[in-house]
Write a protein that binds this ligand. Structure first.
Ligand code: AMP
Ligand code: ZN
Length: 458
C-alpha cells in the first residue's frame, strides 16, 4: 500500500485506506491561466489517486474553485496588495466577474484534461457555497473560536487553538507580528488572528448576520472539505507555499468546529522552478501548457518531465528537459505500437513488481521510469510481454502509450532528414557517421535496419 511523506508528522507514513479514501486538493483561483507549476501540484493528487485506484481503492476528491476571497498579497501582481484577484483582473480585462471566472475555470479544465489529470468528484465554486462558509463562521463564533468587531469583520481567535503551527512549524509563540507600516491591526485580539469575514459593499459581497461582505480565502477550504468529504478524511494536498498560513488556518478552523483532528495526512508538493526561480506570475517566468503545445511538443511531455522528478524535489524545468521528455513519450508510443504486432504474452512480472514497489514508495516515479527503460531494452523479454507491462503501468503514468497502436507509422519530425543523411553516409562508406545517425534516430523512436536493398525503418 502507498506510503507518503506526511508534512505534519515529518515522516513517510503508510496511508491508511480501507476501500475508500477521501482527498481534498486546494484548487485554482480562476483569474488567470494556470501555469505548469500549478499543474505540477495537481499532478501530485492525480498520482496519489491512480496509485490507490490500482489497489482498487475508491478515491473521492474534492477540489474547490476559488472565484472570490483570494486577495492579492504581492504588490507586483494584479490587484496590488489587498484586492480580490478575480475583481481586479475582471476590471483589467473589461469583463464581468462571472464571465472572467468561468473563462479561466474552463481553461483550467482543458489544461488538466490535456495532462490526463482525472477529474475530481466535487468541484464546488466559492461563490456558490457562501452559505456553508457563513454557517461555519457562525459555529466558530458560537464555540468561542471567533469574534466579531464593530466594522463587521469576523476574526479567528488563534489563541483558542493551541496546536496551531504543527504543519509548518510556525508556532504561535514564535510568530512575530508583521512589520508593516500600519502596525498591528487594532481590531485583532492577537496579531496572528485572521479574518474569516471581511466587510465590503458592491460586487462579490453577501449579507450575513454580522454585516455585508465576503469570506476570507482560508475559510472556503474548511467549509467545502467538511461539507463534501465529512469531518474526518485521509488526505489533503497542495503546494509547499500553502503550508502557512493557508493550511494552518484551515486546520485551526476545521478542527475547532469538528472538535477533533479532521485531516489524517497533509501532503505537499515542491515547487517548480523555471530558469532557476520559482515559477510565478510575479517572477515573470510563467510557462503555460499552451506554450508547450505551440512549441510543437505533446502536452504529456510536461507530465513525463514531472514524472522524472520526485514530487518532494524542486524541479528546475528547461526547454531541453521538455524536449527530451517529448522524445521519450513518442519513442515509447512507437515501441508499444511495434510490440503490439507480436503475439500477446503475460506481463514481465518481475519488472512490473519493481515499478509498482516504486509507485508505493512515496511516489518514487523516477525509479519507476528507470525500471521501465531497463525493460524496454531487455532483449530476453518477449515484445508481447513488454506491451502488456507498459500498458498496465500506463494506468498510473497516464502517458497515453497506446495511441499509436494500429496507426500506419509516420516519421517523427526531423527523422526524414537523418535517414537521408545516413543513406548518403552509407554510400560514402562512412560507417562511423552512419552508426551515430542510427543512434540519433533511435532516440526519436525510429529503428533502422540495413538490408541488401538499402536501409529500412520501423
Ligand atoms: P494558486 O492558483 O496560485 O492558488 O495555486 C494553485 C496551486 O499551485 C497551489 O497548490 C500552489 O501551492 C501551487 N503552486 C503555485 N506555484 C507553484 C510552483 N511554482 N510550483 C508548484 N506548485 C505551485
Ligand atoms: Zn485551500
Amino acid at each position: 500500500m502507498l506510503r507518503i511523506y506526511d508534512t505534519r508528522a515529518r515522516q513517510v507514513e503508510q496511508i491508511a485506506a480501507g476501500r475508500a479514501l477521501r482527498m481534498y486538493t486546494c484548487g485554482p483561483t480562476v483569474y488567470r491561466y494556470a501555469h505548469v507549476g500549478n499543474l505540477r501540484t495537481y499532478l501530485l493528487s492525480d498520482l496519489i489517486r491512480r496509485v490507490l485506484e490500482r489497489r482498487r481503492v475508491r478515491v473521492v476528491v474534492c477540489q474547490n474553485i476559488t472565484d472570490v476571497g483570494h486577495l492579492a498579497e504581492d504588490p507586483e501582481e494584479i490587484g496590488g496588495e489587498g484586492e480580490d484577484k478575480v475583481l481586479a483582473q475582471a476590471r483589467a480585462e473589461g469583463r464581468s466577474v462571472s464571465e472572467l471566472a468561468r473563462f479561466y475555470e474552463d481553461a483550467f479544465r482543458s489544461d488538466t484534461t490535456a495532462l490526463n489529470l482525472r477529474p475530481p468528484e466535487h468541484t464546488p465554486r466559492a461563490t456558490e457555497t457562501i452559505d456553508l462558509m457563513v454557517e461555519l463562521i457562525a459555529k466558530l463564533i458560537e464555540k468561542g473560536h471567533a469574534y466579531t468587531v464593530p466594522d463587521g469583520s469576523v476574526f479567528f481567535d488563534v489563541r483558542t487553538f493551541p496546536s496551531y503551527g504543527e504543519i509548518s512549524g510556525n508556532r504561535l509563540d514564535a510568530l512575530k507580528p508583521a512589520h508593516r507600516i500600519e502596525g498591528v491591526d487594532p481590531r485583532k485580539r492577537f496579531h496572528a488572528d485572521w479574518a474569516l469575514w471581511k466587510p465590503a459593499e458592491g460586487e462579490l459581497t453577501w449579507d450575513t448576520p454580522w454585516g455585508r461582505g465576503f469570506p476570507g480565502w482560508h475559510v472556503e477550504c474548511s467549509a467545502m472539505s467538511l461539507r463534501f468529504l465529512g469531518s474526518r478524511f485521509e488526505l489533503h494536498t497542495g503546494g509547499m507555499d500553502l503550508r502557512f498560513p493557508h493550511h494552518e488556518d484551515e486546520r485551526a478552523q476545521s478542527d475547532s468546529v469538528a472538535g477533533h483532528e479532521v485531516v489524517r495526512h497533509w501532503v505537499h508538493g515542491e515547487h517548480l522552478l523555471f530558469d532557476g526561480r520559482k515559477m510565478a506570475k510575479s517572477t515573470g517566468n510563467v510557462v503555460l501548457l499552451s506554450d508547450v503545445v505551440a512549441a510543437g511538443l505533446d502536452p504529456l511531455a510536461v507530465r513525463m518531465a514531472f514524472l522524472e522528478h520526485r514530487y518532494r524535489q524542486q524541479l528546475n524545468l528547461t526547454w531541453d528537459t521538455l524536449r527530451a521528455a517529448d522524445r521519450t513519450v513518442r519513442r515509447w508510443r512507437a515501441r508499444v505500437a511495434e510490440w503490439s504486432e507480436s503475439p500477446s504474452a503475460p506481463m514481465a512480472a518481475h519488472y512490473v513488481e519493481r515499478v509498482e514497489t516504486a509507485f508505493d514508495d512515496d511516489l518514487d516515479l523516477p525509479s519507476a521510469l528507470r525500471v521501465l527503460r531497463e525493460l524496454e531494452r531487455d532483449e530476453s523479454v518477449a515484445p508481447g510481454a513488454k506491451l502488456e507491462s507498459f500498458l498496465h503501468l500506463d494506468q498510473v503514468l497516464g502517458l497515453d502509450l497506446s495511441t499509436e497502436i494500429g496507426k500506419s507509422p509516420t516519421l517523427p519530425p526531423g527523422a526524414g532528414q537523418l535517414l537521408e543523411s545516413r543513406a548518403r553516409a552509407r554510400e560514402a562508406g562512412d560507417w562511423e557517421t552512419a552508426d551515430q545517425l542510427r543512434d540519433e534516430l533511435a532516440e526519436l523512436g525510429v529503428r533502422v535496419s540495413d538490408t541488401p536493398e538499402g536501409q529500412s525503418w520501423s
